[in-house]
Write a protein that binds this ligand. Sequence first.
Ligand code: DC
Length: 230
Amino acid sequence: MKKITIAIDGHSSCGKSTMAKDLAREVGYIYVDTGAMYRSVTLFALRNNMFCEDGSIKTEELKKRLGQIHIEFRLNAETGRPDTYLNGECVEQEIRSLEVSNHVSPIATLAFVREALVAQQQQMGRDKGVVMDGRDIGTVVFPNAELKIFVTASAEVRAQRRYDELQAKGMPADYADILKNVQERDYIDSHREVSPLRKADDAIELDNSNMTIAEQKQWLLEQFKKHSEE
Ligand code: DC
């Protein structure tokens, strides 16, 4: 079996991360959640008052301070999954809050932010043996990935999943707000000028609206075996 690069792209809250994390653990690959990286930059911008009242971003200020943002993933021995660290602080929970979710799309449209994060992602996956999930992994970050999956599910199913996730963590959640956020992010992610979300021509599409996590896991493992055979 050869070591390969696995790119998993798709809309927000469609279960990409769960699939990608489980697969990485199962086959002993590194997992990189690129959404967490855009979320970390957003948290940094929020904490440093880089959003104006009207929601626009103080881009020059962010550009100047981008070099001060260090993002890394450290394995959590308890969960067996990597946690996101921003300048040495674990921000795994905070980057999933609705406040960060509501501000992340405009941050992800900034070309200078994408350029810096894409370079870091390419560095993280340079030795292959990586499962990376995001929006532009199969199209921009690793256009030569051996296995590309494009995941979709209806907006309602995705909103329900995110609602359940927040509830389970005891975080505040309102279904209508979440659905609105999911729809807005879909629109921005697929209509932005820089690296819009789109399926790579050679990606395999997976609509998981009616699939259980176990079914997805099995399907993904089969794809992995097929694509990593010598
Ligand atoms: O996957 P997520 O919901 O955690 O992603 C957060 C945001 O970051 C989402 O609005 C899209 C953006 N994103 C991106 O533009 N490119 C990526 N590779 C990953 C995420």
